[in-house]
Design a protein around this ligand. Structure first.
Ligand code: CO
Length: 222
């Protein structure tokens, strides 16, 4: 499926033309501002496109992608994206979307030295360790792989919910809600893992409650 580099500019020219043919002010409007309702955190995999699989238009989704859709508190890139989306864009929904046949998850299941990728894959290996009893009880390799993809989404959702900005904003506005999805490359369908956001939030607040600060309480009573 390789194509020449120049094709991209040709595609871009056609895209601009088609946008302008339906709305002559499309780019004028686009340039003004953004009010996306969704933050999408997904895998960098070239097959798991964010906007296309959701049928979203420019301006509708704020996107962060990395290998195996990981949210780690020490990763400034993902935490800055979440902070900005929650505090400034006031997104209503945060979606963590994994996908079956994820190379990052597969690599993490392989207990070998993968050099520079090791510290990144450790995030997923930690997910495996947290759920080792369940995963090791699955005999079929393919099913175990699929399940780790799902559990990785769940744990990354929990990592999002651990963040103070998410907890604070939720108390103030009842948004954002965090959702866990898996994109099934084999069917093209999005599967909603139906994570019970309220319950996860309540459970983790026993340990990670970051909302008792005076700042939040003062804002809440205003
Ligand atoms: Co992937």
């Amino acid at each position: 499926m390789s194509q020449s580099y120049e094709v991209i500019f040709e595609n871009n020219r056609k895209w601009v033309e088609s946008k302008l043919s339906t709305d002559p002010h499309f780019f004028e409007e686009l340039a003004k501002t953004q009010h996306p309702d969704y933050l999408y955190i997904g895998c960098s995999d070239s097959r798991a496109t964010a906007e296309e699989l959701m049928g979203a238009k420019p301006g509708e989704v704020f996107v962060h992608r990395n290998i195996a859709n990981v949210v780690n508190t020490l990763d400034m890139s993902s935490t800055a994206v979440i902070q900005y989306a929650v505090e400034h864009l006031r997104v209503k929904h945060i979606i963590v979307c994994g996908h079956y046949n994820c190379g990052g998850v597969k690599a993490a299941m392989t207990p070998e030295d993968l050099g520079l990728l090791n510290p990144w894959l450790r995030n997923i290996r930690d997910v495996y360790r947290l759920h080792q009893a369940e995963l090791d009880s699955i005999e079929d390799d393919g099913k175990r792989y699929d399940r780790l993809v799902e559990l990785n989404v769940l744990e990354q959702c929990i990592n999002v919910i651990k963040m103070a900005c998410v907890q604070e904003r939720y108390i103030l506005e009842e948004y954002p809600i965090v959702h866990g999805w898996v994109f099934d490359l084999r069917t093209g369908k999005i599967i909603d893992l139906e994570i019970d956001f309220e319950k996860v939030l309540k459970d983790i607040q026993k340990i990670y409650n970051l909302t008792e600060s005076n700042w939040v309480m003062n804002r809440k009573t205003k």
